[in-house]
Design a protein around this ligand. Structure first.
Ligand code: HEM
Length: 83
């Protein structure tokens, strides 16, 4: 169980580093706030963009999902069935 709120893909999409000050990335159903990361400035991380679910893109990275450990989980990503 989690006390985190659930946000939709549309809410996540606005935190892409362009439209709002916050920069968020979803991974395995959890939305992380990477605003403080120098590696995600303006929402861009190599050829990847924030504001999306990047679960399927992690295998392309030269690192594991341990990179998320120092970031705060802000919400769960809704399944999208009703949004
Ligand atoms: C071409 C693909 C990618 C490259 C070349 C890349 C490269 C890097 C490098 C060099 C670092 C810093 C060193 C390290 O922690 O190992 C890093 C950190 C990170 N990466 Fe990636 N990455 C890629 C894809 C991704 C994807 C798809 C995600 C999300 C699912 C992601 C999320 C992160 C996060 C959250 C950090 C930590 C940033 C920080 O500590 O400030 N990366 N990445």
């Amino acid at each position: 169980m989690t006390d985190l709120p659930t946000y939709t893909k549309s809410q996540l999409a606005l935190r892409n580093g362009q439209d709002k000050p916050e920069i968020w990335v979803a991974y395995k159903g959890v939305i992380y706030d990477v605003t403080e990361s120098r590696l995600w400035r303006r929402g861009q991380h190599y050829e990847h963009w924030a504001g999306q679910d990047l679960t399927d893109e992690l295998p392309d990275a030269p690192h594991t999902d341990e990179v998320f450990e120092r970031f705060k989980a802000v919400a769960m990503l809704s399944s999208g069935l009703s949004s």
